[in-house]
Design a protein around this ligand. Structure first.
Ligand SMILES: Cc1ncc(COP(=O)(O)O)c(C=O)c1O
Length: 364
C-alpha cells in the first residue's frame, strides 16, 4: 500500500525525508542567484540521483544537470533531460560504446585531460556519424584529475579540437579543496586565485582561436564566491537543495534551509544521559561532519555505529523516551542519500510523494 497521503508518523524508521517547502525554497534561491548573475545553473545530480528531483531543477530554470558518472547521465537522459555534463573522464571500450549510444538521445559533455581519453571517443563518434562535446578538465589546485594550466594544455586543446568526432566546448575546474577553508577572507582569496587559472586558460584558448563557451565550476561550499567570479558561465552546485551539517558547519554556508532529515526512533535509553536511535552509519554519513538535530543544543549526536546512533542528552532533554521520534540532519547529504532506496517528500507532515533514487548504484 502506498504511503502517499499518509503522515510522516506512519513511516517506519529510519526514513530519509525531504521537507518540500524547504527544498523548493532552496531551489528558487539558487536559481534566482544564478539568474541575477547571468550564470547558468547546472546542479550536480550526484547528491540526489533522482529523476523527480532532476525534473524539478530543470523546471526551476537549471540549464541541465551535472553527473559524476556516465551511468547517472544515462538515467537522466532516459527521463528526457538532455543537457548533461559528465564531470569525469570516460575510459575503456564499454564507456565509449555507451557514450555513443547516449549521444543518440542526449547532448552530453564529458571531460578530458589527455588525448588518450579523447581519441577513442572521437573515432567511435565519427564511425557513428556523430559528434560529442568535451571540456578540458583543469587542475585548479585540487590535484585530482585535470591538466595544469600552461603550454601542454594548449597543445592538448589544439589536438582535441582537430578531432572530427569531438566538439571542444570549454573548460571545467573544481575548487573543492577550498570549500572548508576556515577563514572566510582567505577562502575567498584562494577560490578567486584558483578560478583565475580557469579564466586565464579560457583566455589562452580563445586567443588561439579555440572557442570556450563553457567555463564550469562551483559547488555548494564555494558558490557565493564562484558565482560572482567574472568569466564563469556555469555553476555546478547541487547539494544546496538539501543542505546538511557539512555545508553549514564546515563550509560556513549560511544560505538555504535544512531540507533533508533522517527520521529516527529512540530504541533504547540505557542511561539518563544516553539515548540510542535506530540510525547509524548505514543510514547517514558522519565522515564529513557529525549529524545534528536542528534547534536542539541539548542533544548531541555523539557517535554512529553500523545500525545505532548514540545521543548524549543534556538534563533538559532527558525526558526523551523509548519510541520518541527525532529528525536528524545528516552529516553530508550526498553520502547519506546513496544509502537509501527512496526519499519521502513531505509537505508539512504529509507524505506528498515518494521518489526513488534511480541513479543509485550507477557507479560505472
Ligand atoms: C566536479 C564537481 N563539481 C561540483 C561539486 C560540488 O557539488 P555539491 O554542490 O553537491 O557539493 C563536486 C563534488 O563535491 C564535484 O566533484
Amino acid at each position: 500500500m502506498s504511503l502517499v497521503g499518509a503522515s510522516v508518523n506512519d513511516l517506519d524508521t529510519p526514513a530519509l525525508c525531504v521537507d518540500l517547502d524547504a527544498m523548493e525554497s532552496n531551489i528558487r534561491e539558487m536559481a534566482a542567484a544564478c539568474r541575477r548573475q547571468g550564470v547558468g545553473w547546472r546542479p550536480h545530480a550526484k547528491c540526489h540521483k533522482s529523476v523527480d528531483v532532476g525534473r524539478k531543477l530543470i523546471a526551476a530554470g537549471a540549464i541541465g544537470l551535472t553527473c559524476a558518472k556516465l551511468g547517472e547521465a544515462e538515467v537522466f537522459a532516459a527521463a528526457g533531460i538532455k543537457d548533461l555534463l559528465i564531470a569525469n573522464e570516460l575510459v575503456g571500450p564499454q564507456k565509449v560504446a555507451r557514450l555513443v549510444a547516449l549521444r543518440r538521445t542526449a547532448d552530453p559533455v564529458f571531460c578530458i585531460d589527455h588525448m588518450d581519453q579523447a581519441r577513442p571517443i572521437s573515432v567511435a563518434m565519427q564511425a557513428a556519424g556523430l559528434r560529442v562535446r568535451a571540456v578540458l578538465e583543469i587542475n585548479v589546485g585540487m590535484n585530482r584529475a585535470g591538466i595544469l594550466p600552461g603550454e601542454p594544455l594548449l597543445a592538448l586543446a589544439k589536438e582535441a579540437k582537430s578531432l572530427p568526432g569531438i566538439e571542444l566546448a570549454g573548460v571545467m575546474g573544481w575548487e573543492g579543496h577550498l570549500v572548508t577553508v576556515e577563514d572566510q577572507a582567505e577562502k575567498e582569496t584562494r577560490i578567486r586565485a584558483a578560478l583565475a587559472q580557469l579564466i586565464s586558460t579560457r583566455d589562452l584558448l580563445v586567443a588561439n582561436g579555440i572557442p570556450c563557451p563553457i567555463v564550469s565550476c562551483g559547488g555548494t561550499g564555494s558558490f557565493p564566491i564562484s558565482l560572482q567570479h567574472p568569466g564563469v558561465t556555469e555553476i555546478e552546485a547541487g547539494g544546496a537543495i538539501f543542505m546538511d551539517a557539512f555545508y553549514r558547519r564546515k563550509c560556513h554556508i549560511s544560505a538555504f534551509q535544512l531540507a533533508l532529515k533522517v527520521v529516527a526512533t529512540v530504541v533504547s535509553r540505557p542511561a539518563p544521559e544516553r539515548a540510542i536511535i535506530d540510525a547509524g552509519r548505514k543510514t547517514m554519513n558522519m565522515e564529513m561532519a557529525m549529524p545534528f538535530i536542528d534547534g536542539r543544543n541539548d542533544i548531541e549526536v555523539k557517535g554512529l555505529s553500523a545500525e545505532h546512533g548514540t545521543l548524549i542528552l543534556a538534563p533538559k532533554a532527558q525526558n526523551i523516551r523509548i519510541g520518541d521520534r527525532l529528525e536528524i540532519i545528516p552529516g553530508y547529504s550526498d553520502f547519506t542519500n546513496v544509502l537509501h532506496d527512496q526519499f519521502y517528500a513531505l509537505r508539512g507532515s504529509r507524505i506528498e510523494a515518494i521518489w526513488p533514487l534511480q541513479g543509485r548504484g550507477k557507479l560505472a
